[in-house]
Design a protein around this ligand. Sequence first.
Ligand SMILES: [Zn+2]
Ligand SMILES: [Zn+2]
Length: 91
Amino acid sequence: MKNCKFTGKTTKGFCSKSVRNAYIKKYGSIPLGFVIHHICRNPKCVNHMHLVAMPPSEHIRVHRLYNAYHDHLTQLYEERARKELDSILNS
Ligand SMILES: [Zn+2]
Ligand SMILES: [Zn+2]
């Protein structure tokens, strides 16, 4: 996926502070208890276009699906990827 952004700091895990801050800066807030998923699969990326907030249980589910749909979702990119994820999660 293109246009990944990184901070200078080394971060660990999917829910690093800088990633959460990047999401909050763009979207206002993260729902309580939600985690940030990277549609670009790059845990250190802080490009808000690549970030989707979701409950931890859904996150696990998406990652299972994501492995199967990775190439497909990567091609959809950005908003189309978000809509696709929504439809998968709501089905
Ligand atoms: Zn990215
Ligand atoms: Zn994730």
